[in-house]
Design a protein around this ligand. Structure first.
Ligand code: G4P
Length: 541
């Protein structure tokens, strides 16, 4: 470990290391409606970051959603963008990264997960593993980070807990370890049994508000007094369940947790604020502080004296009044200080980080100081791209880039009013730089007509909406029948010389990389068979 030489003299080395060790940066994922927003809100309440429940999201129009910036999200009740919230709790500094629940935005989720050290998966106890849970979970496992599971809505009729665990194991392919065990559900929900402390956390429906702690009762399973507390049938079931779990379930293995091979499972009810605090306490105990990250110069220690960060998200026009562009960065090492000079590795230039913001709800606060593990938003005059590294290291290095997902839907986009060409080009380029869409053009062509590729079709709607609202441009969209994209890896090859089926299209992206668009996997095979030495890649690097 490098000990930082801190020139400013305010903090000492111990403080610096403590600051980093106390950071926990995680993303919450869930199928829409499983209770991600509600859980986030309760966590914020504990941290004192908000005083009132219901402030994070009022889907039915009562209050604007603080983690939803875009109008379209409010209209549809889905979360398109990811926001970042920070608060302190019990000596920890917690950064929560919210992720879009809709599968069409799973690429955004993937980028957000690049910035997270662990993930919390929220599951609706009545529904179990849902379609989007599967997709988002897959994205999580690509990162190999620890995953914690919160099975929510136990105050409603729930599925059998054994079935839920089995489903998680079968469908998601991860071992489970229940940290607590539910006693009944719905009207009969009595609380949860903490397997480690061997005590019962008694459920009382206190409604939506408050952070009061649930009553803890020391529980010796089999004691007669538990018959009264739980009713005899529920007490008997609990006894049998715990016996079964202790005998048959997976052992708790911290190493497996650290590598995302085993998920600690918690049962609770976010809405009634039940089980949230013990969840948070265990999560903080079991999750890890920022760990070293791989760069092209080897692993970079978070406690290194050199500051470094990478861009995982760019968002323009978050606030119409500001008309600005923010590059969200995850700090991977050292300490950030407002106004510091850093080297932008991909741009090959020194820059000053003067306008930095951190987001708490809809409020933006200027950040003067931040540490490895934190997320900062830097005003971006258009210099950053997703995956870029900035650092103060004397010998600069770059963190591994964030691969782009292969788009699966394509459309030809042109502007309705040709007089608005400038705005159209600017809007398309900016939205593409954010990584929300990918844009392609004919080989050697211009911007008259652009082919747009997206991972999920909803992104077309977001594009249309944003061009109209932010750039005042109406567009025409013609869907194309391509579904597969491959980047040509052979650098010296002229795509025009390739022997291809008539429905395969040659295009280039805005970095000048050449690609092929295919309508079927059969056509990809055909291209490879008829062009010796042709190398195609599914990801654009
Ligand atoms: P999301 O972000 O994952 O999409 O879900 P969100 O938290 O918005 O929750 C979806 C719905 O489920 C909300 O109801 C919310 O109140 C409810 N909910 C969340 N946690 C629990 C829980 O533990 N128990 C019960 N019974 N309900 C829960 P809604 O009717 O859509 O909105 P609202 O009118 O309550 O705001």
């Amino acid at each position: 470990m490098h000990w930082p030489v801190l020139s400013h003299g305010r903090s000492n080395v111990k403080d610096f290391v403590e600051q980093i060790q106390k950071r926990r940066t995680f993303a919450i994922i869930s199928h829409p409606d499983a209770g991600k927003t509600t859980l986030t809100e309760k966590l914020l309440l504990y941290g004192g970051a908000i005083q009132q429940a219901g402030i994070v999201k009022g889907k039915k129009g009562a209050r604007a959603a603080v983690s939803d910036w875009m109008e379209i999200e409010k209209q549809r009740g889905i979360s398109v963008t990811s926001s970042v919230l920070q608060f302190e709790y019990d000596g920890y500094c917690i950064n929560i990264l919210d992720t879009p629940g809709h599968q069409d935005f799973s690429e955004d989720t993937y980028r957000t997960l690049m910035a997270a050290d662990s993930a919390v998966m929220v599951i609706d106890a009545a529904k179990g593993v849902e379609a989007q849970t599967k997709k988002l979970f897959k994205v999580c496992t690509m990162r190999g980070i620890p995953i914690f599971t919160f099975i929510n809505k136990m105050d409603r009729e729930a599925r059998n807990p054994f079935d839920l665990l089995e489903e998680i194991e079968q469908v998601l392919g991860i071992e489970t370890y229940p940290m607590n065990w539910p006693i009944g559900s719905g009207k009969d929900f009595k609380g949860v049994y903490d397997r480690n402390a061997k005590e019962i956390l008694a459920f009382q429906n206190v409604g939506k508000v408050g952070t009061q702690q649930a009553q803890k009762i020391e529980a010796h399973l089999g004691d007669e007094n538990l018959d009264q507390l739980l009713t005899k049938p529920l007490h008997d079931t609990l006894k049998d369940d715990i016996e079964l779990l202790d005998g048959a379930a997976y052992e708790f293995d911290k190493d497996k947790v650290d590598h995302g091979k085993l998920t600690p499972v918690f049962f609770g009810s976010a809405l009634t604020n039940f089980g949230v605090e013990p969840f948070l306490a265990d999560f903080l105990r079991l999750s890890m502080p920022p760990l070293p990250r791989t760069s092209d110069r080897g692993e970079i220690d978070p406690c290194s004296e050199d500051f470094s960060a990478f861009v995982f998200k760019i968002q323009a026009n978050m606030n119409k009044a500001h008309r600005d562009r923010i590059a969200f960065m995850r700090i991977c090492s050292g300490r950030f200080e407002r106004g510091m000079d850093v080297y932008h590795v991909q741009g090959g230039k020194k820059i000053k980080l003067s306008q930095s913001t951190q987001l708490m709800a809809s409020e933006r606060e200027t950040v003067d100081e931040a540490f490895a593990g934190d997320i900062i938003g830097i005003f971006d005059p258009g210099v950053f791209s997703i995956g870029d590294t900035i650092t103060t290291a004397k010998v600069p290095f770059a963190y591994a880039g964030i691969p782009t997902f292969a788009p699966e839907h394509f459309a030809r986009i042109s502007q309705v009013d040709t007089m608005k060409r400038k705005q159209f080009v600017k809007g398309m380029e900016q939205i593409a730089q954010e990584g929300a869409i990918q844009i392609f053009k004919e080989l050697g062509g211009g911007m008259e007509e652009v082919i747009v590729g997206v991972v999920g079709v909803l992104q077309f709607e977001v594009l249309e909406y944003r061009l109209k609202n932010e750039y005042n441009v109406d567009i025409r969209r013609n869907d194309l029948s391509y579904s597969y994209i491959r980047w040509i890896e052979n650098e010296d090859l002229d795509p025009k010389t390739l022997n291809l089926t008539s429905d395969t299209r040659r295009v280039e992206d805005f970095k000048g990389r050449r690609l092929l668009l295919f309508t079927s996997p059969w056509n990809i095979d055909w291209a490879l068979e008829h062009n010796e030495g042709l190398r195609l890649s599914e990801v654009g690097r």
